[in-house]
Design a protein around this ligand. Structure first.
Ligand code: GLA
Length: 382
């Protein structure tokens, strides 16, 4: 990634600084964040870089290496939800959210470069928001702690872009630490850093990209519909959020609607799986986590119904190839799966997934072996 080079090409001067924010892969805890539950993401080595300089004028200029023909300019004082369309909406949304929260933020020049695939469910949009948010926080000397930036970056996505996502992705991009998974309580936003040294345990984490695009904003009602179903179920059960369901059997008896029963069963059991995973990881029992991955996938497939054939085939083939466990990760309906495996199974697992796709004449899947990376930060000057 070379955001500095792009900045210099576009604006003829060097940037004031470069900030980087990672994408994330969620280990477990899917569709729990907007139910006030628990998640366990880790930051990816891939992410987004923003080279930025303050401008005295009421003007933000944005260029992106990935969209060379689309230079975007907007006035921060004139922003209203949706006023900047397309990819730059994630940038404009951050300016809007910060100003909306009363922070004195003016103009800037921004150059973006990314090595994270877009639409693969690895939080490329949150990485873009968070790279811009940490840059503006520093350049405008707002003094906001990173924990405080996550809700603002989420606000950019929810209220400005219009994608009704939870708090996981922005929290992961901002708060993750190298070598650790982030155990986040999405109600209190309290977080624990869970050591995740896979190599020492002879294990690997493989991200499998189905190459089926997933979308969370308009056009795909699946995500918003799941949110609405969860809220409806919580209302019927008389709890603030599904996180508060303590007696699952009693809750299932109370609900007449079989669809709502499935949704509730997923959310309640998934929260337990997150907590069980953290317990096993803290005990260094990484291989045992595999069974929880498998159970999570089945729950997402059958009860929450957000999987896709390409995800199911990837998961089944990975397990056949010798993975200890595998599951879809992220919002679903496409995107990526994640598999946990012993180091010596890396090749057989890739081969099993690749040949399962080839025999169906699907696009060739992509793979990344990943370790937990650091959260958003300013990079040292080159
Ligand atoms: C998407 C959303 C997150 C979360 C996941 C599902 O990634 O952006 O907030 O809801 O889906 O766990």
């Amino acid at each position: 990634m070379d955001a500095t080079g792009l900045f210099t090409e576009a604006y003829g001067t060097a940037p004031a600084g470069v900030w980087q924010a990672p994408g994330r892969v969620n280990l477990i805890g899917e569709h729990t964040d907007y139910n006030d539950g628990f998640v366990l993401p880790m930051a990816l080595p891939m992410g987004v870089r923003a080279a930025v300089t303050r401008l005295a004028e009421d003007r933000v200029e944005v260029v992106s290496r990935q969209r060379p023909d689309e230079r975007v300019t907007f006035a921060p004082s004139g922003l209203a939800p949706g006023s900047v369309p397309g990819w730059a909406a994630y940038v404009a949304g951050v300016f809007w959210a910060l100003r909306n929260a009363g922070h004195k933020v003016g103009g800037a020049r921004v150059a973006i470069d990314a090595d994270l695939p877009r639409g693969a469910g690895l939080s490329s949009s949150a990485a873009l928001e968070c790279a811009v948010a940490v840059a503006i926080n520093d350049l405008y000397e707002l003094g906001l702690p990173v924990d405080g930036l996550a809700p603002l970056a989420r606000e950019a996505e929810n209220a400005y872009v219009g994608a009704p996502t939870g708090i996981m992705d922005q929290s992961a991009s901002l708060r993750c630490r190298e070598g650790r998974a982030l155990y986040l309580d999405c109600r209190s936003l309290a977080a624990g850093q869970v050591p995740f040294d896979l190599a020492a345990a002879g294990m690997r984490l493989l991200v499998i990209d189905t190459r089926v695009k997933h979308r969370l904003a308009d056009g795909d009602g699946g995500y918003a519909q799941r949110r609405a179903e969860c809220e409806r179920a919580a209302g019927i059960l008389g709890v603030p959020a599904l996180r508060d369901v303590e007696d699952l059997d009693a809750a299932l008896r109370t609900l007449d609607d079989p669809v709502l029963r499935r949704r509730v069963r997923h959310v309640v059991t998934e929260n337990h799986r997150v907590n069980a995973t953290v317990g096993l990881m803290r005990a260094g029992a990484f291989a045992e986590v595999g069974a929880l991955f498998n159970a999570s996938h089945i729950s997402l497939r059958d009860d929450f119904q957000v999987s896709a054939p390409e995800l199911d085939v990837a998961v089944e083939a990975a397990i056949r190839g010798g993975a200890r466990g595998a599951r879809m990760t992220g919002g679903g309906f496409g995107g990526c799966a994640v598999a946990l495996l012993a180091a010596e199974r890396a090749d057989p697992v890739r081969e099993a997934v690749t040949s399962a796709y080839a025999s169906r004449r699907w696009k060739t899947p992509r793979f990344w072996e990943v370790t937990p990376a650091a959260g958003a930060r300013r990079l040292d000057p080159a």
